[in-house]
Design a protein. Sequence first.
Length: 159
Amino acid sequence: MGFWAFPKAHHGNWKFGAGPVFQFPTASDGSLGTGKWSAGPGFEIAYEKGKLSVGTLGFQLWSFAGDRDRGHVNSLMLKPFFIYRASEKWWFISMPYGISYYWNKPSGKRLLLPIGGGLQYNFRIWKQDLTFSGQVFNYVERPPTYPDWNVRLVLEWVF
């Protein structure tokens, strides 16, 4: 969970923001989370002009409490995004879950680097705006236990 503050006056097509980020030990199974309370600084930088939006969110997390049997959290995550609005309905997108670097893991298990993207279709049903997107990502760098690639299909209700 992050809270970003943005200056009221933007710098042309650029947008900047920063603030604190928190991670809570809410996983229902130990393999799904860190078991730690974590916090750190976060930021967003974005460029928007015409049909193009590009930028990244980023944050660094350090654990400060939680399960003593679990390792400490010390990770950096960048969540880049690329959107090109080819038309009102069709967008080219790349929004990976994130590029992660785990500072306290052994060499060869530190970096998770996805490359890829896909298409998003925007539509309306029963007076409700929706989007459907499909993206494919290849993990060009990954810890040994991660998959080589993933496919993401998302249906979103836009409010």
